[in-house]
Each structure stands twice: as C-alpha cells, then as structure tokens.
Ligand binder design. Structure first.
Ligand SMILES: Nc1nc2c(ncn2[C@@H]2O[C@H](COP(=O)(O)OP(=O)(O)O)[C@@H](O)[C@H]2O)c(=O)[nH]1
Ligand SMILES: [Mg+2]
Length: 352
C-alpha cells in the first residue's frame, strides 16, 4: 500500500500549526518566570556568573518552546507530504509551496535553531561583562524567533490550507470518476442511481463550491468513487477566478476517468453546441484520456434527435456516446460494467 492511501484528510485534524504570534507569546510567558536580575556589579565574579546562568536558563526555555513549535510544523508537513497528489496540489495552491519543500525548509530551521542556541550559549558564557552577556542573549533570542517571524504569512497560509483540506472527506478511491456536463443534464441523478449510500457533500477548499462524492464497492476488487462538482465542471471554466481555476486544475490529479453527459431532449436548457464547447473546456483542464461520453434522458428524446446528436458528438469528440437514461435506469448496467472493468484493469496494472 502506498503511503498516501493511508493519510486521509480527517487524520490531518490532529496536527497543529503554531502561528508566530503564538510562539512568541509562549516564549515570552515562559521566560517571564525567570526574570533577568539587575546587571551585576563589575567587581563581583560571582554575581556575573549568576547573571549569566539566569540568561542561559531563559535562553534554554526559549529554545525549547521554539524547537517544539517547529517540530509541530515539521510533523504536520510530513503528514501533508504523504497525502494523495490531489490534496498536495490543493496545499500548493493555497501556500504557493510544495509540502516536501516546506518540510525540508522547517527541518533545516530546526538545525539552524539548534546552532544559534549553541553559539549563543558559548557567547554568553565567554562574555566578560553583564552588558556583553545581555547583548549576546538578546541577539540570539532575536535570531531564534526570526526563524518563524520571517515565515509569519506563510505559516498562516499553511494553517489555513491544512484546516480546509482536513474538512474534506476522503474522495480518493481505487478508481475515481468525475461526472461532468452542463447543469440539468442529469449528473446528480446519475451519481445517485449508480451508488447506494447517500452521497457525501463537502466544501471544496478555496472555492465557494462543494464537491459531492458517491461510492460503489466492487468486491473483492475495491472502491469506485464518483465525483460531482456543481458549479465547476458544468460551465465554461472561469479563468478570471484564479484560485478557483487552480482548484479545478487539481481535479486532474484525482480523476482516472471522466464521464461527460449530454442532454439533447427537445426541451434541453443548453444547445448541443454549447454543451460541446464546455466539453472541450473540461477535457482541457482534466487532461484525462479515459473518457466516457453518454447522452442522457433517452427516455424523452426522439430517435431522430438522438441520431443527429450522436453523429455530431462522434465528429466533435471522437467517441461514440453511450445512450442512457439515469432516471429510468436504461443503459446503466452497461455503464457500470465499463467502470468495473476499468477498476479491475487499474488494480491489475498496479499489481503487475
Ligand atoms: N426524463 C428524464 N429526466 C432526467 C433524467 N436524468 C435526470 N433527469 C431530470 O433532469 C433534471 C436535472 O437532473 P440533475 O441530476 O439534477 O442534473 P444536474 O444538474 O446535471 O445534476 C431533474 O429534474 C432530473 O429528474 C433522465 O434520464 N430522464
Ligand atoms: Mg446536480
């Protein structure tokens, strides 16, 4: 089993990203319990030593707090880096960084933190005056904190990305099928008809839209997941809304197969040409070469319209459409059989 198959979104909930302000506050609070005594008198060796020891203790406290916060960040990023590429792409969209990159960055920061800590200790210990020791302490503390301070905005984005991704259900599967097609063509009806349990509806991160998933268990092989994305893959793709477009692009990491539905009944809401234009848009972003095209609502579509549409669709897409009625169940056995074959094929190719 690959790693990412076990790191599901809900498991992200137990990770915590401390923001800079929080780290700073913890450091400040914890250090306050050992206040810095007044500068020692120049003549007293003993009081200089005591003064330095107080600074060392405070520095140690700060180090421990910052180190454990960076460790928390490392653990969370490690978890994200083990997820399915789809979720990693969403993370990249929000933060501008690959999880693996950031993991490396924060692992390095832990090492740098340790070095600053050790160097500062040495500096404090070798100081000849209280003033010098205090200066070394302040400098070291500032450098340790700035490891996170510089990343303030980035950490906020990371926290937000992890929060949003953790709210998604696991929409991966052994075979993931995206159902696309213009509004009212029957996507929701088809998803319901092919699956047994109620579909899961969840927010789609970084968009105002939701994503709907239904599952088909194919024993003993595995799980087919059907995905519907209302408002996203049912109209010309909105390239102005950049983050939404990127979120749509992330779907290509998810989908093994695309089902594109047409509706050409006499009262259809959109013309065949409009539906074909959206089809082109969708396959451009989804980039799959495993496509099933179906004409839905054949129960209310006269033969001549069907024949005409079929011809036009073959010409425009290169695929011969399946003829189905999601509502009446016509042609769904055939469709399900195709999906099952794809699932089995995929699992076998994974094994070999
Ligand atoms: N007659 C007929 N109506 C259908 C069929 N499939 C869906 N519908 C109807 O078409 C309308 C839109 O269906 P829906 O699944 O909500 O479309 P979506 O917007 O693509 O999700 C609903 O009123 C459905 O009942 C079909 O095969 N035959
Ligand atoms: Mg719908």
């Amino acid at each position: 089993m690959k790693n990412h198959e076990t790191m599901t979104p809900d498991k992200l909930k137990k990770y915590w990203i401390p923001l800079y302000e929080e780290t700073y506050e913890r450091v400040d609070n914890r250090m306050r319990s050992t206040p810095i005594p007044p500068l020692p008198r120049k003549t007293s060796k003993n009081s200089l030593l005591q003064f330095k020891n107080t600074l060392l203790a405070k520095l140690g406290t700060a180090y421990t707090v910052i180190d454990s916060d960076i460790e928390k960040i490392v653990k969370a990023l490690d978890a994200v880096s083990k997820m399915h590429p789809f979720y990693k792409e969403l993370f990249l969209i929000k933060t501008g960084r690959e999880p693996e990159d950031l993991l490396g960055r924060y692992r390095a920061k832990r090492r740098i933190l340790n070095k600053i800590y050790r160097d500062t200790r040495t500096e404090i210990k070798s100081s000849l005056t209280g003033g010098e020791a205090k200066k070394a302490f302040r400098g070291g503390l500032g450098r340790m904190l700035s490891l996170l301070k510089r990343d303030r905005a980035l950490l906020e984005a990371v926290k937000e990305a992890i929060k949003e991704i953790s709210r998604m259900p696991d929409i991966t599967g052994d075979l993931v099928v995206i159902i696309a097609g213009m509004p009212q063509v029957g996507k929701s009806t088809l998803l319901k008809k092919l699956t047994r349990a109620e579909p899961e509806i969840s927010p789609y991160p970084f968009t105002t839209k939701t994503i709907i998933a239904g599952h088909i268990e194919v024993r003993p092989y595995g799980k087919i997941t059907l995905i519907d994305t209302p408002g996203l893959l049912d109209r010309p793709i909105d390239r102005k809304n950049e983050i939404e477009m990127k979120a749509v692009l992330a779907l290509k990491h998810l989908s093994d197969t695309l089902i594109y539905l047409f509706d050409v009944n006499p009262n259809t809401y959109y013309s065949l040409d409009e539906q074909l234009a959206v089809y082109k848009d969708v396959i451009n972003v989804i980039e799959t070469n495993d496509i099933i095209i179906a004409i839905n609502k054949i129960d209310i579509t006269p033969q001549d319209l069907l024949g005409e549409a079929e011809e036009k669709i073959v010409e425009a897409t290169g695929y011969k459409p399946l003829l189905i009625s999601a509502e009446k169940g016509y042609g769904l056995d055939k469709l399900l059989e195709m999906l099952e074959d794809k699932l089995i094929e995929k699992i076998q190719s994974r094994l070999s």
